[in-house]
Structure formats: structure tokens, C-alpha cells
Design a binder for this molecule. Structure first.
Ligand code: TXA
Ligand code: MG
Length: 333
């Protein structure tokens, strides 16, 4: 594996590697992706191999220009077109009917495809210069925390990828919102970096996928996704100081507070060996951007004896639903 910079020459190398069937981890504004030529089934197979990802979990196809939509998807509806015009490039993935030329391996045999136009300039340049569309899941081993830095990718998948392009920390920090556009009402399959209100402003009513009644058509909805190695206990906002830790008496527990105020209360309670906070001011954007990095860091405390992570929920405004979705899934391992 080789780390590449964002110099023009290195981005050319990354693009040529993708065109040549190799695996390239690349920065996006949400999380780092593990990219390969979406139209090359052998290259796509290597993604699944590197992630140890079950092949029933379909990949997102990334493009760098609206003109590529028709290479991948079939006849987007007026609503889907309106979302593309208004919210792309950005952290929104649209589920659309797929073109036959998209390999079944990419879509796990579904007749739909997940399509995303990322905003990160480095991702856009690499995709554009590769001359193809790029299939890319988050660059983490299956079921583990997503990476928001090149270092996260290197430590988790370093021996399994050909190149990692280091574009700094991902600014949004949670994955894209996955929106199913194939039904009567657009439905959020995975809350993410694009807020529901921004989508509603373009298309009107948007439904939330109901975990309780539906079967997991989108494996991002499997509860064990995004999990750290340490057990994670999720508590309501403001409840860190009073959390029930009776199962871990006398053991070292670390905590993830949402705000600086919660962090101070948690520290004062004397229950935790270490407490980190997602956002001093309690802003959901900053919190999302720091979420995975802090979970990686706290998970690493397992090596110095920590036995569990206690995390408090974020408020439900802004990117709070995306943060709470990731914390909930991490707690269900
Ligand atoms: O922000 C992101 O979306 C990142 C960056 C790299 O773009 N990618 C990402 O990919 O999170 P991944 O593979 O970790 O998550 C893709 C999600 C999964 O939950 C998958 O099940 C769902 O999208 N998905 C993909 N194709 C689908 C389809 N045809 N129908 C329903 N869900 C689909
Ligand atoms: Mg993922």
C-alpha cells in the first residue's frame, strides 16, 4: 500500500489505478471510501474481499458529473432529477432503477443502484480523471467503525488496498443520507449527512424507513453496523452521570459526551476513566464530524484496560438523527 498526496501527479496516479482495476481509498466529505471501477466486476470483487463484506450488501456508485447519471441509472423521475440539481454534489445517495451494464456484484443482484455525486474536490478529481464511475463503500472492515482520516484506513485496511489518498479529515463525518426514489414517496433508508428537511424542501413529503415493520433491504440498516470492539452502552442525553454501570463494577469505563456541559457532569460523577465530548458547544454538525474519530480513539482505550464505552444520545435536531443512528447501531453489536 502506498499513501498518496493530493498533488496533481498523485491524483493522476490514483485515477489511473482505478481505471486499471486497482483499489484506491479516497477521501469524501462524509467518510473515506474504498474505490474501484464500478464497471469492472473483478475490481469490485476485490472491494468485498478487502472489507470481508458479505456480497449481499450493495455498494454506492460515485460519479463526478451529472452527465454520468445515465451511464448508471435508468430514467430518473422528475423528483430525483430535482434532488440532483438542488443537492448534488453533496452527502445524498439516491436509489434508482439500474442500467443492465452495472455489474450485479455492485448491486447484490438488486434491480436498483445507489448513486452519489460527492462534493469533496479530491474525490471529484479522482473520479473524473478515472474516466469511469467508482463503486465505493466506506473504507472499513465490514461492521466496524467508518474511517474519517487516511490514518484510520491505513490502520484498518492498510495491507488490503493499493493506494490511500490522504485528503485530510472528512468534514461531515457521517455517511451520506440514503434515499430510496423507487417508491411512491421518497424514503430515507439511512439517515446521514444530508438533513431530511433539506430533502423535503425540494420534494415535499419524505418518509423514514421504519426499522420495526420492514425487513432490512438496505444492509446499512443492520443493527450491528458501525460497531467498535468495546461494548457500547447508549444512554439518553444528559444521563451519563447517572448511567447504570453495575455490570462493570470497579472496571475502567470511558464515555462519549455530546456537549462540553455533559462532559463536565460525567467527569464530576467520578464514574469514568476518560470522557470525550463530540462538540463543546453542543452543535450537531461539529459532533458528526468528530463522531467516528472519537469512537476510534475511545475504542483504542480497550488496549489500556477500558471495558466499555458509554455514549449519550444527541438531540434530534440537525444531524442528530444520523449521529443517533450510528450510536444505536454501535450499541447493538
Ligand atoms: O457517505 C457515504 O455514503 C460513503 C462514502 C464513501 O460515499 N459510502 C458508504 O457506503 O457509506 P457503504 O457501502 O458503507 O453504505 C452504503 C449503503 C449501505 O447501507 C447499502 O446497503 C446501501 O447503501 N445501498 C447500496 N445500494 C443499495 C440499493 N440498491 N438499495 C438499497 N440500499 C442500498
Ligand atoms: Mg459502511
Amino acid at each position: 500500500m502506498q499513501i498518496l498526496s493530493t498533488s496533481d501527479a498523485d491524483l493522476d496516479r490514483a485515477a489511473r489505478a482505478i481505471a486499471g482495476g486497482l483499489l484506491v481509498a479516497l477521501p469524501t466529505e462524509t467518510v473515506y471510501g474504498l474505490g474501484a471501477d464500478a464497471f469492472n466486476p473483478e475490481a469490485v470483487a476485490r472491494i468485498f474481499e478487502a472489507k470481508a463484506r458479505p456480497t449481499f450488501d450493495p455498494l454506492i456508485v460515485h460519479i463526478a458529473d451529472l452527465s454520468q447519471v445515465d451511464d448508471v441509472a435508468f430514467d430518473p423521475s422528475p423528483a430525483a432529477r430535482a434532488l440532483m440539481e438542488a443537492l448534488w454534489p453533496g452527502p445524498l445517495t439516491l436509489i434508482l432503477p439500474k442500467r443492465p451494464r452495472v455489474p450485479d456484484l455492485v448491486t447484490s443482484g438488486l434491480d436498483t443502484v445507489a448513486l452519489r455525486f460527492p462534493a469533496h474536490p479530491v474525490a471529484r478529481k479522482i473520479i473524473a480523471r478515472s474516466g469511469t464511475a467508482v463503486a465505493a463503500p466506506s473504507a472499513n472492515p465490514f461492521g466496524y467503525l467508518s474511517p474519517t482520516t487516511a490514518a484510520h484506513v491505513a490502520s484498518m485496511l492498510g495491507d488490503k488496498v493499493d493506494f490511500i489518498v490522504d485528503g485530510g479529515a472528512s468534514s461531515i463525518g457521517v455517511e451520506s443520507t440514503v434515499l430510496d426514489m423507487t417508491g411512491r414517496v421518497p424514503t430515507i433508508l439511512r439517515p446521514g449527512g444530508m438533513e431530511k428537511s433539506a430533502i423535503e424542501a425540494i420534494v415535499g413529503r419524505v418518509d423514514d424507513y421504519d426499522r420495526a415493520v420492514a425487513s432490512p433491504t438496505s444492509p446499512g440498516q443492520l443493527p450491528s453496523h458501525y460497531a467498535p470492539h468495546l461494548p457500547l452502552v447508549l444512554v439518553p442525553y444528559g444521563a451519563l452521570a447517572g448511567a447504570d454501570l453495575s455490570g462493570w463494577k470497579g472496571q475502567s469505563i470511558v464515555a462519549l459526551a455530546f456537549s462540553g456541559a455533559s462532559r463536565r457532569l460525567a467527569l464530576d460523577s467520578g464514574r469514568y476513566s476518560r470522557v470525550e465530548c463530540l462538540s463543546e458547544e453542543g452543535g450537531t454538525r461539529e459532533a458528526a464530524a468528530r463522531l467516528f474519530a472519537l469512537l476510534h480513539e475511545l475504542d483504542g482505550q480497550g488496549e489500556s484496560g477500558a471495558r466499555a464505552i458509554v455514549a449519550e444520545r444527541a438531540p434530534d435536531s440537525g444531524l442528530g438523527p444520523a449521529i443517533n443512528d450510528r450510536l444505536y447501531k454501535a450499541s447493538k453489536k
